[in-house]
Design a protein around this ligand. Structure first.
Ligand SMILES: [Zn+2]
Length: 338
């Protein structure tokens, strides 16, 4: 009788232990999952151009700061995810020295925080100064979600990490890379595509006005031998366009000015331009789009996201023929935290 009772008690205790264990198990499982997030063990060296300090950063934490700086958090989550994958790919392409020798310009760091050179980046504490209208806590959380849900993913073309150039607004159509950088030959994944709905954004259209004097003076700094022979309207003509309808060559007086140079000299938003002369001594330049126009358009990405497309679709739309893959071991190996 006693033996049977003992056995019964043992059985109940065993059952109780089993129940406690199974209840505890899922909790225990969640923790290691977070720790083994792809890319969490990787480190990137960042030169902060604001305080001129070099920092060793968790790759994904750095990407959060890039996405926060490069794209408004009010954009759709799928657009933010596309931006996160592009930003990660961009950073790693530079970290392994595949695209340019950027590190030489920042004392051995892989990337810098200057948007004109590498990618913009901000720490959380500066977020509200950049985007005063946004709720910093909510916005930062949304950006983190976009980054962590795509953690460890990059873009490849035929097995190689790509150079994922991107810009704010394409003005309706993106540009072929070789039209902007003449030293580069055609790259299939950086080819022109149509991009709808970009006129819904304030970055779509800009207008600048110069007097004849101002216009000629600015040009003469870059082209000291330039000769003007008539009125502004007589002296200026766009003679060639790229296939995406951007100004390729502009004749001004006796000089041929490349469209990209014209944009740089007059700090124009893009090379998709319309030139008007409201009167004989005034030139009005209207630009469509914002940025070089190559690769992914951020406004276009948001338009696609709002139409229900996911980040994979968005990335494969702007970067024709690419794959979305985990960071290859040969790249990860060189960036492992010590
Ligand atoms: Zn840089």
């Amino acid at each position: 009788m006693n033996k049977v009772r003992h056995k019964m008690i043992l059985l109940v205790v065993c059952l109780l232990i089993f129940v406690v264990l199974t209840k505890a198990l899922p909790k225990k499982k969640e923790e290691p999952e977070e720790l083994t997030r792809p890319g969490a063990d990787l480190e990137i060296i960042v030169y902060n151009t604001r305080d001129q300090v070099i920092r060793y950063m968790d790759l994904e934490e750095y990407i959060v700061g890039v996405v926060a700086a490069e794209m408004q958090a009010s954009f759709s989550i799928e657009a933010l995810k596309a931006q996160a994958v592009a930003a990660r790919t961009y950073a790693l392409g530079r970290a392994i020295g595949k695209y340019g020798t950027a590190w030489e310009n920042h004392f051995g760091a892989h990337v810098c925080t200057n948007s004109a050179h590498c990618q913009a980046w901000i720490p959380k504490e500066l977020y509200s100064t950049w985007y005063p209208k946004a709720d910093p806590e909510e916005s930062w959380k949304k950006v983190e979600q976009a980054v962590y849900e795509t953690a460890g993913l990059i873009l490849t073309y035929e097995g190689e990490i790509i150079n994922p150039l991107y810009h704010a607004n394409s003005g309706g159509i993106t540009e072929d890379v070789q039209e902007v950088w003449s030293s580069v030959s055609k790259i299939p994944y950086l080819s022109s595509v149509y991009s709808e709905g970009e006129d819904n954004y304030s970055s779509y259209e800009k207008r600048v006005v110069f007097s004849g004097d101002e216009f000629r003076k600015i040009l003469s700094k870059t082209y000291p031998d330039i000769i003007f022979s008539g009125t502004l309207a007589e002296d200026i003509e766009v003679i060639r366009y790229t296939s995406s309808n951007r100004a390729k060559e502009i004749v001004i007086g006796n000089t041929v000015v490349p469209g990209t140079k014209f944009r740089e000299i007059f700090s124009l938003a893009s090379t998709q331009i319309e030139i008007d002369f409201p009167d004989e001594d005034t030139i009005e330049i209207t630009t469509y789009g914002f940025g070089h126009g190559v690769g992914m358009s951020q406004c276009g990405a948001n338009e696609l996201a709002e139409k229900g497309k996911n980040y994979e679709y968005i990335l494969q739309y702007y970067y024709t023929g690419v794959e979305i893959e985990p960071i290859p071991e040969e790249i990860a190996a060189g960036l492992k935290k010590e």
